[in-house]
Write a protein that binds this ligand. Sequence first.
Ligand code: SF4
Length: 392
Amino acid sequence: MKTMDRLQAQKPQNELASAGMMCTYCDLGPCIVNPFDEEPHVGACGIDAEGMNVVNLGLHVLKGLTDYGVGISVPLSLDRMIHTHEAGVTIQDLVKASGSILEPSQTLVGQWQSDQKKPRNVESGLGVLQKDAVNIVTTVYSPDIIKQARSQKMRDLARGRTARGINLVGALCEGAEAASNFGIPLLGGIDILEEAGDMIDYVYQGGDVAAACETAVENFSRRDQASFRKVTPRRATVGYPVDTETLNKAVDSGLIAGVVAIMGCASGKSTWNLDAIVHQLISQKFMVLNLTCGLLEHPDHQCALMNEFQVPCVINAGCCEPAKLLGIRALTVLMPRWRDPRMLTAALALASQKIPVIMGTMPFITPSVRNQLADAGIRVEMDSTKVVEVLR
Ligand code: SF4
């Protein structure tokens, strides 16, 4: 059973919780309010639905800050909620706190520099997996695993087990970064990783690279080849740098209407059609930075940006770290879904820099909190056909 099947099994999801009227912050909960009924309009501590939204968002931000190793906290306190009947923090507080992930994000991006980065074509999607090779998927940015998989020793080991060689591909965020810098194929996001299942011989998530390759070869020798599916891979270009100065020149000269960065993937509850959105953006003179786990390509390689600055109108730019986008003028960020606390915190962090964000799935919030987020620069548009309209 895959994510979408399990999601289907959850349907219908609780309407009040979906609308942001549920809180599980403390052991007095879970509290559910319903302003349209006779049910309580406040939780046991006295906070209303709006307060619950802020508490829930605060918990997400706390997790996002932890993921980035940020020491600052979000001062949620049950005692204060009982005393004041308020969340004790505001959306603006959360935006400000989230901004502190940008420094560690910048450090992370700095660690991913590679002198092997250059424009080149790579394959992507399920079709990057090969029936007759040992398939290793790396979900971490690791030059060592790439080197090890390409070594003569590991190639010989694979051939000794009748494999054609070792096929190392990337997946998820850091796999996308590795594809961008080292030109390895890119499998895609978590959905494709899950779909690939037994076609993968080893998923590398860190640790001893030699042991990983040896285990992968061993697993290949036991792989059920009958269940292997042949899929045609997509091809796309990776390796173009994100040159902020050049992009700003293109914006200032009016060559492009602006830059649109896409972070995260259109899966799960998101109904966005990214290919269609990208085509629409390019036709309206926007330039696209693709920071999703899947590669995007636009057929018009001879766009004005390429002619003038040798920059393609769509750059597959690797992992979705928000620090990559700092300093780009006329920038809007599209998030097909807010996905998880880390991504939601990134949205608030971008808002802290006055960078507008459009999300394709709604956090669990009431209309009033949605308006507060919009005031902070984060809007929600679930209709794929209207995203570009909202952006303009
Ligand atoms: S913080 Fe308040 S609303 Fe939330 S679970 Fe506790 S008592 Fe209920």
